[in-house]
Design a protein around this ligand. Structure first.
Ligand SMILES: Cc1ncc(COP(=O)(O)O)c(C=O)c1O
Length: 355
């Protein structure tokens, strides 16, 4: 059956399974780097464990997927593969990618131009300016939406479509959106990436990265990047990520319900200046600034104070404490809302805010 006609819920459950009579229902973990009487080698040709995950994520995104050792590994591979001379990117976004691009700028490997990603007209004007200087084929529009940690939402459809018309490539970091929230390949994105470590894996027990594209040349360039950088996923990680993906739709929906309810209650709370959720991600700013935010993060008991996100368990932390996020509001707490009972989460959170 054509996956185009299936709902994401069905694709998440059914894609990437072995076929044929007697086949195991799940793709077994292939713990081999070497293969008998074949030129295949795991780093260059992949393994069936990775390929099953790639097939499923590719089916969900509507393209071909290449898996990597981590989300950061994907971001590096995209830059390696697309070789932009200039990258137009959000002012506020995931600090690991920003640091990578800053470092490359310091080494004079490319130029970075930061823009407010919600101002579509300004982003496109900047892309056009850079195109005149560097050439459309040497520019890359890097979109992260929603952004980490402020949850800014870009008009991904408009940006990807306009960039494609201008011959400019776009990379979309969809880690926070997941394929449940956004499928940017349909909008004309050149490549969509995920830190599969987060919602796709969903259990905080692995690191993996995923890149999807409909462009065969980009797909081959991503494989080449993985081969030469050597950022290959582990077989167990690929197995676990695919197992996690099976429940992504219901985890995403449950977490989003919780996050939406918590955001509503937080907005009405006297200690809270601002609160917003997009899907399961929730960011809020405390009126008491860094001191109040640190106190709340140290006081939670059900929610875990931790830096990563996307698991079944709720986590939160104050982001401005990181050097790379120094420009973020000092009182901002980024919370990844899990699938616990929302009343338990609210009791925990409201007690922490009163602490
Ligand atoms: C939006 C975003 N992109 C990429 C990454 C990097 O992913 P990983 O930690 O799997 O390398 C992260 C990690 O937090 C992230 O939040």
């Amino acid at each position: 059956m054509n996956p185009e006609n299936l709902s994401p819920r069905t694709i998440a459950v059914s894609a990437g399974r072995p076929t044929g009579d007697g086949a195991p229902i799940n793709q077994p973990i292939v713990l081999a780097s070497n293969f008998r009487n074949a030129p295949d080698y795991a780093r260059t040709d992949g393994t069936e464990s990775w390929q099953a995950l790639e097939e499923a994520v590719g089916a969900l995104e509507g393209g071909r997927c290449v898996s990597f050792s981590s989300g950061q590994g994907v971001a590096s591979a995209i830059i390696f593969a697309l070789r932009p001379r200039v990258v137009v990117m959000p002012t506020v976004s995931y600090l690991g990618v920003r640091k990578l691009l800053d470092l490359m700028q310091i080494r004079e490997q490319l130029t970075v131009v930061q823009v407010g990603i919600t101002d579509t007209a300004n982003v496109l004007a900047e892309v056009e300016r850079q195109t005149v200087v560097h050439g459309a084929d040497k520019a890359l529009l890097w979109i992260e939406s929603p952004t980490n940690p402020t949850l800014d939402e870009a008009d991904v459809t408009a940006l990807c479509a306009a960039a494609a018309r201008a011959g400019v490539r776009t990379a979309v970091d969809s880690t926070f959106a997941t394929p449940m929230g956004q499928r940017a390949l349909r909008d004309g994105a050149t490549v969509v990436m995920h830190s599969g470590t987060k919602f796709i894996g969903g259990h905080s027990d692995l690191m993996i990265g995923l890149a999807c594209t409909t462009d065969d040349a980009v797909h081959d360039a991503l494989i080449e990047a993985r081969t030469f950088v050597g950022a290959t996923p582990g077989a167990l990680e690929a197995f676990l990520a695919l197992r996690g993906l099976r429940t992504l739709p219901i985890r995403y929906e449950a977490s989003m319900r919780n996050a939406t309810e918590l955001a509503t209650r937080l907005r009405a709370h006297p200690a809270v200046e601002w609160a917003k959720n997009v899907g399961p991600m929730l960011s809020f700013i405390l009126k008491g600034g860094a001191v109040a935010a640190d106190r709340a993060c140290n006081a939670v008991r059900v929610v875990v104070q931790a830096t990563s996100l996307g698991g079944v368990e709720s986590t939160m932390e104050r982001r401005q404490k990181y050097a790379g996020d120094a420009h973020v509001n000092p009182g901002l707490i980024r919370m990844s809302v899990g699938i616990e009972d929302v009343e338990d989460l609210w009791s925990d959170l409201s007690a922490a805010l009163a602490s």
